[in-house]
Design a protein around this ligand. Sequence first.
Ligand code: ADP
Ligand code: MG
Length: 352
Amino acid sequence: MFVYFSIILLELIQYFMLEIRNVVKKYEGQNSPAVNNVSFSVKEGTFFTLTGESGSGKSTLLRIIKGLEDIDSGEVLFNGTLVKGPSKKLIAGEEGIELAHQDYNLFPRHTVYENIQYVIRRLSNEDQEKKINELLDVFHLQEFRDKIPSTLSGGQQQRVAIAKALAISPRVLLLDEPFSNLDMILRNEIKTELADYLRQTKASVIFVTHESADALSLSDQIAVMKDGKIIQQGTPETIYTKPATPYVATYFGNANIVKVKNLEKLSITSTNEVATESLVCIRYEDIEITENGTAMLFAKVIRKDYFGSCFRLEVRLDKLRLWLYSNATSIKRGDLIPLKINTEKIHLFTSN
Ligand code: ADP
Ligand code: MG
């Protein structure tokens, strides 16, 4: 019996690398908590993203997980063991959980190579060399290996900081806006390489970003934060196609939020009994311009914005305004265009 329970317990512990339970943290002088009753768990090897607008409590939550902030209530478990806050520990911070700092923390007088080497100085020379080269490749840093931090740009220093955090092969890696200082091209290259590398190492990652596109493209799980709370957690697909609230829908862009009573104007009838004031989400990409002959709906173009790969149109049907994407260069403001709405993709919010 005991053995049986131990095995189950062991499986549970391996299952959830991190458990955050009802964590509350209020800074002195704050009216409402920076982190307000947050709970979630992260399985081993998961790429977990915390996203939300600036000030929503993401960085505070990361510091709590690393054991750098005391909390008012709740608990954080790492591998089944309680993470202690700084007031309960001689040296603050949980070992085995690495936080790549927003403010880099590099040794100023040492080269990029030496900075990374320091954290793995106990490995054999051969292993050090291998690991450092791997990381310099992932972060496109080979050409800077012999440079000292002050001669590097912010983005380059940021990459060294992440490489350093990764060098010790942490079980849990916390990344706070790791791409914030990288320009677009490098950012796109590095983020996919980093995600692939992390999957290979099987590290559990908590990735903080306010870029919703990064959250959607990189994560296994996303938690959306607002005012210190997690307002929705799920896979990227669930969050995008079944957003819990209009806020979540618009956070990930391109959402028309429409009252159920206005769906009639779009020739959409609901078979279910739904309150007329309830809201639905119609993504821009689920509205198409259709063939003239088959159309039931006509809308007037009131705005046309160039988006590079397409145009974004604002159209009006009676008083209802909608946004959609289009490739048609010939469409002009004032045109009446035939529309078709992909009704299967319309999402009814359960709360506003
Ligand atoms: P995010 O990383 O999502 O931008 P933060 O966790 O940095 O959010 O901040 C959450 C809230 O807590 C904000 O209102 C911020 O002003 C406040 N805050 C963060 N750090 C401190 C601090 N050291 N002292 C007081 N208030 C803080
Ligand atoms: Mg932050």
